[in-house]
Design a protein around this ligand. Structure first.
Ligand code: SF4
Length: 434
């Protein structure tokens, strides 16, 4: 029986979807992508933007027409009624019960073996005891690298965000468990593991923070495994964490949801850091790693973003030479402090600023790519498509492999060199050195 797990939103959602897909695989179901026909569709939704919700509604309507459609995730948690009204027979599993889906495949199998049809089997599913950290996929159906969920929820209350409302307070997986799962993934052949969470840097076991966790992880791991952080909120990035990045197993690729570099905008949005802290982090990352790929998220048009505040953000980004900016024009979301904000920025200004930052991001990205020409890098083999091998470098650049060794397999790590014609216009080639 075919099952499609369709994911919107962040890397944590992707990680959780992989766990759900893996649970279906373990019970003998066949995982397919959204272009193929399936009997069961699971839509893992996101509530960060109204666009993500719109897309979820479109896909749910489409899937519900073709098979049984189960909807979960942050949007399902916040607006269950809206989703149920989209089509007949939609089954909503709110976020606080998403992990229960890990036991659904076994339930369907047993129920169908006892004579129920698929619809009855899904309808008779009741809650299980699965926890939010049970998504320890042993295989990854939609990605060639492994995700490891170590944290969930968030204790902050940023003015524009409704993820913390959907996900609840911060919680984490015990360090011993994290180490055990990372070693298991390595044993299963994954040489690259991405640590994920809603607010990863809020990880805190006995006051040791994310830095303490990574120290333990590195001490227990082989020398040939690569670790990546999914996204780092600046407020809990401290020296202990930054020092762990000196280890070559931590990849030179970081993502910071910065949002603004203006103190008054950050303060108004209830962000817990200021511009000086951002400068400190960026300088440290550049000191520790050789030209790391640092990507940021920026929101234009947040309350209090006047011309001066925007210019400050623009200049900061330009000077920091970030490798990429993900730009989001602010739109007020229900259930957030900013929903009824009186100091909103006019939409035309918000959009003008977004366009300006996107143009700057393109420039900075081109410069970053050009700086890679002739540089050595680590590359992990990802897949072979139409006879060409693709890979991912340590600094998170998708590449094509010029001279793949005959024994190359997905997940293998090689030393390589970027070719001399690298630009941001097309996927660059690397040549394997060993
Ligand atoms: S840090 Fe802020 S934006 Fe991020 S999840 Fe928490 S409340 Fe939302």
């Amino acid at each position: 029986m075919n099952v499609c797990v369709y994911t919107l939103g962040c890397r944590l959602n992707q990680c959780e979807s992989e766990g759900i897909a893996d649970a279906f695989t373990a019970e003998g179901f066949n995982i397919v992508n959204d272009k193929e026909a399936a009997e069961i569709y699971i839509v893992n939704t996101c509530t960060v933007t109204s666009k993500a919700e719109q897309k979820a509604r479109r896909m749910i309507r489409h899937f519900a027409h073709d098979g049984i459609c189960i909807v979960t995730g942050c949007y399902a948690q916040m607006n269950r009624g809206d989703i149920e009204a989209l089509a007949e027979g939609i089954v909503v599993v709110p976020l606080d019960k998403k992990a229960h889906l890990l036991t659904l495949p076994k339930h369907i199998k047993v129920a169908m073996e006892s004579g129920m049809d698929l619809k009855e089997a899904v309808g008779s599913f009741t809650d299980s005891k699965a926890s939010v950290f049970d998504y320890d996929a042993a295989s990854f159906s939609y990605h060639s690298r492994a995700y490891l969920k170590v944290q969930d929820g968030c204790d902050n209350n940023c003015g524009y965000c409704r993820v913390h409302v959907a996900r609840g307070p911060s919680q984490f997986l015990e360090p011993e468990k994290v180490v055990e799962r990372a070693l298991q993934l390595k044993k299963e052949g994954f040489n690259e593991i991405m640590l994920t969470g809603v607010n990863l840097t809020m990880y805190d076991h006995k006051g040791e923070g994310l830095g303490g966790l990574i120290e333990k992880l590195l001490a227990a791991s082989d020398s040939d495994v690569r670790y990546r952080m999914s996204s780092m909120e600046a407020d809990h990035v401290d020296d202990r964490l930054l020092n762990t990045f000196k280890d070559p197993r931590i990849q030179p690729h970081f993502h910071i949801p910065m949002q603004s570099a203006s103190n008054k905008v950050l303060e108004r949005a209830n962000r817990k850091y200021d511009k000086n802290h951002l400068i400190y982090i960026v300088n440290k990352l550049k000191e520790i790693k050789d030209d790391p790929f640092i990507a940021i998220d920026v929101i234009t048009g947040l309350p209090q973003e006047d011309d001066e505040a925007f210019e400050e953000t623009y200049e900061f980004i330009k000077e920091a030479k970030f490798a990429k900016c993900h730009v989001f024009p602010f739109s007020p979301r229900p259930n957030t402090d900013f929903y009824h904000a009186k100091d909103k920025v006019p939409e035309y200004l918000r959009d003008e600023r977004a366009a300006k930052l996107r143009a700057l991001s393109d420039e900075l990205h081109s410069e970053y790519m050009e700086r890679q020409r002739g540089k050595e890098c680590d590359v992990i083999f990802q897949a072979r498509k139409k006879g060409v091998y693709t890979g991912l470098t340590g600094n998170y650049i998708d590449v094509l492999i010029e001279n793949p060794p005959a024994f190359a397999k997905e997940g293998m790590l090689f030393r390589a060199r970027f070719n001399d014609d690298v630009t941001s216009k097309k996927t660059p080639y690397v040549t394997i050195l060993e």
